[in-house]
Structures are given as structure tokens and as C-alpha cells.
Design a protein around this ligand. Structure first.
Ligand code: ARG
Length: 603
């Protein structure tokens, strides 16, 4: 395996060795560790490529930082240590390094082009023991079956899918799972409305996508609730339906099955469309009884109490939390009851090292309670559960309200984005160039949507602006897709193909020609990929990869503006720049895939 072109770490080690050598000579009985060395990116090009502050060592050396910096530079520049043509110098309290551009370019480009394993897995595996080979289960999407997926789910879905891809890229073993909350009062509401007013209508007869069809009855239920008198309330009838369901009433169960099937089938179409997938679906109807058992066991063991009203509760006041109902007075299960069962069954199925729940921030309290209670019940793995909480996503005022006027259906939003993208392709008369225009428009829509949703840190609330997301200039998905298409088209040109033919002969490529500032910036950006990937995996934050992609695209645009590729002065330069383009494309494609943005050859 090639050595990774991780210049930063190489230099950290060199500086560390120099510091220790100097300390030894001073007989101070102190040492430093590579982990103590901080690497910074100097703010100005003339300050070099890396800067190492010496402040942290003042105490150990009993000297001022500039004095220490001078000592280190002396050591590092000693003729016995060959530095290539890197320059090492002091700037006040800093040791600064100007890297050898030609040497670095050659190593970085080769790593990207030869799909160097360490490069594409976010750094040396030996440094990533907490990720590499770890069994990480990621739960996301997890819809209720009373209505179709909405805008909030789109953020959840892409976060879960992207985090899973990022962790897997860092060599974690990932299982993507979904819990379908198919049981409970919410689905009974849609069922009740359909039972009373449905007249045997079906999604087919109504020509409505099947999950939207169920959603229509959920909306109808709200209307019923508004119109009816309290004593014969629709909610009460829905509760009766839930009791009948839990008692196994044949007719109720048949209706429930039918309506859930409609919803789940419809949702699966949306997942497919957005390139979201799961290794396993769990259904609340299969897990809630296990949860109920655990609650009853806990009652026997004195962990929980039976209240006078007959409900079973957990007292968490000692933990500064509330009392929590775990089984209702009528014996029916609650949301948390099924979550006990779901977690336990998951751990039985696949003994994870970590289970990540991608769920909205409004459920923070729920997960806090869930994790504490599972620990109380004695499940040692409760400490490995993690709630990845994300913020709300809204549309700007006045944009695309759904029929109910509150949430926006996922399908409708994607349709709208696709139509806008298609109109743009037609306006610009690019239909011939792109080939299949509707398909391209769909991919642009997904790129726009996914990037917009991921570029914000998960914990932050956000507004989704459809028009802005589709813009070709600026920090958007289509801008990144456009860079990919642009590089692809350069590489597709006949002259490029002819030049690249002798490709296997790396020795012939004169990387030392790639030393202009914009080439160098681009090389350094490529070199930053493993670090960006690893940081995104550790923080489970795809926005870190999103910013990396934007940097890469911007730096490519600048390079392409300043450095002619096929019109470069010499063949050697053309060839070297083409290799640089290929390396950018390899990294761009890999990173786009991790943030769920479709790659386009042309657009
Ligand atoms: N279905 C729930 C909802 O729509 C989210 C489920 C989250 N996952 C969990 N294991 N509780 O609010």
C-alpha cells in the first residue's frame, strides 16, 4: 500500500522528533507527543502551507515560543535530514513549512488515481480503530403509516443514508434499518375515516399514489373531528378501533393490513426514487409485544410501578425527569413500549457496537428516557445507543403548501423541483446535449434537494428554498454536478483520449509542471479529502463533506479558468493537467456519492 500523502501528519512527526531532540539536549527531562503538535493552515500563501504554533511548549522548554521555533527549524533543516525541497522557516512563534509542490502533486494525484485505499477510506485504518470494522446500525426515516413522507422525512432520509455511506466508506460495517410505526392511534384515525366514508374506494380506482390515498383519509379524520360532538367523538371511535386491533379482531386487522400495505408500498416508491435503501425494515406491530413483556418483567422486578388508574409507570424524578407511562390503563402499548422491543430485537438480530437513531430534535426527551430505561432494565448495550438529533426544515412563506396547508409531501416537492429543472434545460435548449432530458432533470432535482439539506449541520433548523437549491452558480448541488459534467466532457475530447492512451506509464507524467498557485490549491484540496471524510464520519455530519465538495469545485473552476488544459503550451503540460482533472473527477465522484448526489456525465 502506498504511503498516504498526509503531509500534515508527516510534518507533525518531524516537528515532534525535532522538539524531543532539542529537549534532550537541554536535559530538561521532558518529552512531547505527536498528539501535542497542532497544525494550522497559514492565512497567506507567502506564509507557506502549514504552520505549527510553539506556544504549547513554552513551559516544558522554559523558553519563549519564537526561541523554540528557531531551535526546531535548526534541527529540521539539518543536512542529515533530507527534506526534499520543502522549505522550513520561522515566523515569530510559528514553525512554517512550504511543501515541495511537485513531489506533493505527484503523490496526491497518484493516490487519487490509483484508488489508494487509505486515501478513499479517510486515512490509515490503524488510526481509525473506533470506526474501522465496528458494527454500526443506523436507523432513519422511520415513518408512521397514516400519511405519506413529507419534507422533514426528506432531510431525515438523506442524513441517514449519507451518514451510513460515510461510515461504510471508513470501513465500518453498517446496517441501515427503518422502523415502520404501523400500529397505534395514528393509523386507526385513517382507518376510521376510511371505514366510515371510504365506500370501497382504492388507490387504483381513485388514481392516487397509494400512500397519498391513505393520507387523504387521515385528513378526512381531522375534518370529522372538527365537525362532531364531543360525546361521540371520532377520537374515541379511533381508540375503540385500536382496542379491537390489539384484541385481534379479524375485520379490523384486515383493514389495518390493507391500509398499511398501501402506505408502505407508496413509501417504498419514494425511497427508490430518492436512492434511499434499507438492509432491514422493522415493524412496530412485530416488536411492541416484546416491549410489553419487558415492561411487565420490570414491574415484577420492582423497577416500575402500577398506578391506581391501572397504568404502569416509571419514576424518573431521581434522574430529574418526569414519571413516564409505559403501558396505558387499558393495557395498550405506547410509543416508548415498542421502542424497548424494537431495540432489544435489533440487538438480538445483530449485536451492534453502536446504534444511531436519526430522529428529529423534538424527540430528544423520548430518547433520553428510552436510553435510561433500557439501562435500568439491565441491557449493557444501552450505553451504545445514540440519538442523532436534527432540526426542522421549513419552506419559505408562501411556497408550496400541501392541501392540508401545513406540511409538504415529499413526492410533490420532488416533482416541483424536477419540473423546474426540466424547464431550465428546455429554456437553455440543452435537450440534445443532455440526452434524456426528464431523467437528467430528475437527477438535478435530487442533487439540488440532497445537497441543500445536507449542507446545513444536522442540529440546525433550516429553510428549504427550492429555487435557490437549483441555481447553477453558488453553493448548490447542481453547481457540483455541473463541475463533474465539465470535467467529464474535457476527458471525453478526442485529443484528451489520445493523450491519455499511454496512461499506464506514470513515469512519463511530469507532475513537477503543476506548480502554479491554482494548480497547487487544487492539489492541496484533493489531499484534504481523507481528512474531510474522516471528520464527517466521526461527527456524523455530512455537511463537512458538502463543504469539501464546494471547495473542490470552486478550486477546479479557478484552475480551469487560469490553466488551459488541452490548449496548454506543451504536450507534457497538457498531459499533467489532464491527470489532475482525472484525479479531481475521481474524488468528486466518490464524495458526491457519499452525499447522495447523482453524478451526471453531461448537463
Ligand atoms: N415514527 C416516528 C415518528 O414519525 C419516528 C420513529 C423514530 N424512531 C424510533 N425508534 N422511535 O415520529
Amino acid at each position: 500500500m502506498d504511503e498516504i500523502m498526509d503531509e500534515k501528519n508527516i510534518w507533525k512527526e518531524k516537528i515532534c522528533a525535532a522538539l524531543n531532540e532539542a529537549l534532550e539536549e537541554l536535559h530538561l527531562g521532558e518529552t512531547v507527543d505527536t498528539g501535542d503538535i497542532i497544525a494550522e493552515l497559514p492565512p497567506k500563501p507567502e506564509m507557506g502551507d502549514l504552520g505549527f504554533p510553539m506556544f504549547p511548549f513554552a513551559k516544558k522548554f522554559k523558553k519563549s515560543p519564537p526561541q523554540i521555533a528557531a531551535l526546531v527549524v535548526n534541527k529540521v533543516n539539518h543536512p542529515s535530514l533530507a527534506q526534499g525541497s520543502a522549505e522550513v522557516f520561522t515566523l515569530g512563534p510559528y514553525v512554517n513549512v512550504k511543501l515541495d509542490r511537485a513531489q506533493t502533486a505527484s503523490r496526491v494525484i497518484s493516490a487519487a488515481l490509483n484508488a489508494n485505499k487509505d486515501f478513499f477510506t479517510g486515512g490509515k485504518n490503524s488510526d481509525k480503530k473506533d470506526l474501522c470494522g465496528k458494527k454500526i446500525m443506523v436507523e432513519f426515516s422511520s415513518p408512521n403509516t397514516n400519511k405519506p413522507l413529507h419534507l422533514g422525512h426528506l432531510r431525515n432520509d438523506v442524513l441517514g443514508e449519507s451518514i451510513s455511506r460515510i461510515l461504510a466508506a471508513c470501513n465500518a460495517e453498517v446496517q441501515k434499518v427503518c422502523i415502520i410505526n404501523d400500529r397505534g392511534i395514528h393509523i386507526c384515525k385513517s382507518m376510521l375515516a376510511y371505514q366510515e366514508y371510504g365506500n370501497g374506494e382504492t388507490p387504483e380506482s381513485a388514481h392516487i399514489k397509494s400512500d397519498h390515498f391513505v393520507g387523504k383519509w387521515y385528513v378526512r379524520f381531522s375534518l370529522m373531528e372538527k365537525m362532531e360532538k364531543a360525546e361521540e367523538s371520532a377520537l374515541e371511535r379511533a381508540r375503540q378501533l385500536l382496542l379491537k386491533w390489539e384484541a385481534g379482531d379479524t375485520e379490523t386487522v384486515a383493514l389495518w393490513k390493507q391500509m398499511n400495505q398501501w402506505t408502505v408500498n407508496g413509501m417504498k416508491e419514494t425511497y427508490k426514487r430518492t436512492d434511499i435503501s434499507f438492509d432491514k425494515y422493522y415493524f412496530e406491530s412485530d416488536t411492541y409485544l416484546r416491549g410489553k413483556d419487558e415492561v411487565l418483567k420490570g414491574l415484577e422486578r420492582g423497577l416500575f410501578t402500577k398506578e391506581v388508574d391501572g397504568s404502569i409507570q416509571a419514576d424518573l424524578t431521581a434522574e430529574n425527569l418526569d414519571k413516564k407511562v409505559l403501558l396505558r390503563k387499558d393495557g395498550t402499548s405506547l410509543y416508548i413500549t415498542q421502542d424497548f422491543g424494537t431495540a432489544i430485537l435489533r440487538h438480538d438480530d445483530w449485536a451492534f457496537d453502536k446504534l444511531v437513531y436519526v430522529v428529529g430534535s423534538e424527540q430528544r426527551y423520548h430518547f433520553q428516557v428510552l436510553f435510561i430505561l433500557l439501562a435500568k432494565m439491565g441491557f449493557a448495550w444501552a450505553k451504545d445507543l445514540y440519538h442523532l438529533s436534527y432540526g426542522m426544515v421549513n419552506l419559505p412563506e408562501g411556497k408550496m403548501k400541501s392541501r392540508e396547508g401545513t406540511v409538504v409531501d415529499a413526492d410533490d416537492l420532488i416533482d416541483e423541483l424536477r419540473d423546474m429543472a426540466l424547464a431550465e434545460i428546455r429554456d437553455k435548449a440543452r435537450e440534445e446535449i443532455v440526452g434524456d432530458a426528464p431523467q437528467t432533470a430528475e437527477k438535478i432535482a435530487l442533487g439540488a434537494l440532497h445537497y441543500y439539506l445536507l449542507q446545513v449541520s444536522p442540529e440546525r433548523d433550516m429553510l428549504f428554498n427550492p429555487k435557490e437549491s437549483l441555481s447553477f452558480n453558488g453553493n448548490t448541488g447542481p453547481y457540483l454536478q455541473y463541475m463533474g459534467a465539465r470535467i467529464s466532457s474535457i476527458l471525453q475530447k478526442d485529443e484528451a483520449k489520445a493523450l491519455l492512451e499511454g496512461k499506464n506509464d506514470d513515469a512519463k507524467i511530469k507532475f513537477e509542471l503543476l506548480v502554479s498557485d491554482s494548480e497547487w490549491e487544487l492539489v492541496k484540496t484533493i489531499a484534504a479529502y481523507p481528512e474531510a471524510l474522516e471528520a464527517a464520519a466521526r461527527a456524523m455530519n455530512p455537511s463537512l463533506l458538502a463543504s469539501f465538495l464546494y471547495e473542490l469545485s470552486k478550486n477546479f473552476a479557478r484552475f480551469y479558468h487560469e490553466c488551459p488544459v488541452l490548449n496548454a503550451d506543451t504536450q507534457d503540460l497538457q498531459r499533467a493537467r489532464l491527470e489532475l482533472c482525472r484525479a479531481v473527477l475521481a474524488v468528486l465522484r466518490a464524495a458526491l456519492n457519499l452525499v447522495c448526489i447523482p453524478f451526471l456525465e453531461s448537463m
